[in-house]
Design a protein around this ligand. Structure first.
Ligand SMILES: [Zn+2]
Length: 585
């Protein structure tokens, strides 16, 4: 049992709009009354994940997972029910008083809070220097030279670290910040001789934020050619580099709208795109792309365009990321710019439209890779061909989609001028067998029998719920569905709209919950029907079902020994069915 009161659970449920919550993890588009996206719980290429905002439920017809906003969070964040309620409560601003945390939990929580607070203070400090302090003059001049306006500077929370050893240190001291905690964030460092000094000096600072816009670190760039060009905040309790991409907070809305993301390398690449109106960009900023980053992107976008430098290092980064994309099943393409150009310089010279055209012409990453391999080997010779095939094979095997893999195989064979079958053999393990052409299990909607149909009808039409109440739930439903029907009736009687999301919480097993969410999520077919007529029809088929069952049981009865316990059991069952049947007429 959770320690959270039902009132609180209800309050959170009402405030946490399921569409907003899920949209943070899945990129959704409107399809009829529902929203449709790629299921985050099983790999799929065509969307079968449905969210019905009106009913506050979701269901995936691919893997059968479904439920309400709490079940979604439990599943995707790996939380228990009370934890999921708390998780969402925090998000929607509902205060939940709970058991006091253990001293250890409290310490951890306090430390995190204090790290966020210190980062926030540092952002404010550096931001003020850049926007108004005389010490920020070099930063302001630099931004002017690079054509960064005030609006952008504010959106990015740009700051400037003055050319001093103790500017931030002193400020933090004034704010009564324990400097040993600030050291954990890499903002200050301890001197051997005692005391602390600033880590960022004479640098323009980019604020790194989490997806919700909470600052967690900084990237600091020099204003001249000195090295290192960038210093980034170290990993900390609040900044996990493998899970955060720069600019994701600024880009998430646009990524969702476009269903796509652009990945660039640096802060200024990101900024250039942002200023030019390409808002769906994120930047890796010196960290290699990880599967954590991929998961983050998949919350918002169904495909990505990479835009790494065209030099050797950029190419290497592109190919390294390709492995992740192939494994993660996230379609990725490569945007190519002329040698020596970055997004900033390209847009400056060629303009926005030219850039958009480059993005539109982006080539699938594997295609890009294959062509690069072919270009960098002597494919006129047999040895060269063998080498290319050997280099490509491991990646080709990672392409999960058989059809796609087959297409590449053919294309590579054509480009190299080798026999397809030979290539298949060489690649091994990817030999397409007849099995590969067996269509995936049909995604049929769950068969809805009479009782399921009746439940769906009750959920949508109050008059049917009223009828069911009149008849008596027990007569129409089997024992496992009774509580659900009862709950729908109770909700109608209390005058509210039926909250199917809440009703799903009453369902015990995950399988049963999945079956019902499937039933409730797509109720468009119940529009514009005569509900009462349908109800009568359902009662009739219920009656037929009962008749069938009676017949079946009668036959079984004939086989049983008269008077045996099983005989009496069957007799009871038949009597009950007859009873129900007569009441349905
Ligand atoms: Zn699924």
């Amino acid at each position: 049992m959770s320690m959270i009161s039902d009132d609180k659970v209800q309050e959170v449920r009402e405030r946490a709009a399921i569409l907003d919550v899920i949209a943070d993890y899945v990129s959704l588009r409107k399809a009829g009354a529902n929203y449709l996206g790629l299921c985050p719980f099983h790999g799929e290429k065509t969307p079968s994940f449905n969210v019905n905002p009106g009913r506050a439920i979701f269901h995936c017809f691919g893997c059968g997972i479904g439920g309400n906003v709490f079940s979604f969070i439990m599943k995707i964040e790996g939380l228990s029910f009370p934890e999921a309620v708390k998780f969402l409560a925090k998000r929607v601003g509902v205060a939940i008083e709970d058991r006091p945390p253990t001293p250890q939990e409290k310490r951890k929580l306090d430390e995190k809070e204090s790290l966020y607070r210190i980062t926030g203070l540092a952002v404010r400090f550096y931001r003020r220097i850049l926007s108004e302090d005389p010490a920020g003059e070099p930063g302001r001049r630099y931004l002017e030279r690079r054509g960064v306006d005030d609006v952008t500077a504010e959106a990015y929370l740009l700051g400037f670290a003055p050319d001093k050893w103790d500017a931030l240190t002193r400020y933090l001291e004034q704010q009564k910040v324990p400097l040993e905690t600030a050291e954990k964030l890499g903002l200050v460092r301890k001197r051997d001789s005692g005391g602390y000094y600033d880590m960022f000096r004479n640098r323009l600072l980019f604020t790194i934020a989490d997806p919700y816009g909470k600052p967690v670190g900084f990237g600091g760039r020099v204003l001249d050619d000195s090295l290192p060009k960038y210093i980034n905040s170290p990993e900390s309790t609040i900044y996990h580099k493998s899970e955060i991409l720069f600019g994701v907070d600024l880009a998430k809305q646009a990524m969702r709208e476009q269903g796509a993301a652009i990945i660039v390398e640096g802060y200024f690449d990101h900024l250039a795109l942002f200023q030019a109106g390409f808002r769906h960009a994120v930047a890796t900023c010196g960290t290699a792309l990880t599967s954590g980053h991929l998961k983050l992107l998949q919350r918002y976008a169904g495909k990505v365009n990479t835009l790494f430098d065209s030099d050797a290092a950029g190419k290497k980064a592109t190919f390294r990321s390709m492995e992740l994309f192939l494994e993660g099943g996230l379609p990725a393409s490569v945007v190519e710019l002329p040698a020596g150009e970055d997004p900033d310089s390209f847009i400056r010279k060629e303009g926005n439209e030219a850039f958009a055209a480059r993005v539109a012409k982006a080539r699938p990453i594997f295609d890009f890779f294959v062509r690069d391999q072919i270009a960098s080997h002597d494919t006129g010779s047999v040895e060269g061909k063998v080498k290319v095939v050997e280099d490509i094979a491991p990646y080709l095997r990672k392409i999960g989609n058989v059809v796609e893999r087959d297409l590449y195989l053919r294309e590579i064979a054509r480009l190299l001028g080798v026999n397809e079958r030979t290539l298949q053999k060489k690649i091994g393990g990817t030999t397409v067998t007849a099995l590969d052409f067996v269509p995936q299990r049909e995604k049929t909607q769950h068969k809805t029998d009479t009782e399921d149909m009746l439940l769906a009808l009750m959920g949508k039409y109050p008059e049917v719920a009223g009828k069911v109440a009149e008849y008596g739930v027990a007569k129409l439903f089997s024992a496992d569905l009774e509580p659900i029907a009862e709950a729908i009736i109770t909700q109608f009687k209390s005058g509210g709209l039926v909250d199917l999301g809440m009703i799903l919480d009453l369902v015990e097993g995950p399988e049963e919950r999945s079956r019902l969410s499937a039933l409730f999520v797509n109720d468009a077919h119940l529009e514009e029907i005569n509900a009462l007529e349908m109800f009568d029809g359902l009662c009739k088929s219920k009656e037929k079902e009962a008749l069938r069952k009676i017949k079946y049981l009668s036959r079984e009865l004939d086989r049983e020994e008269y008077g045996s316990p099983r005989y009496r059991e069957i007799q009871e069952e038949i009597k009950e069915l007859c009873n129900k049947k007569s009441q349905l007429q």
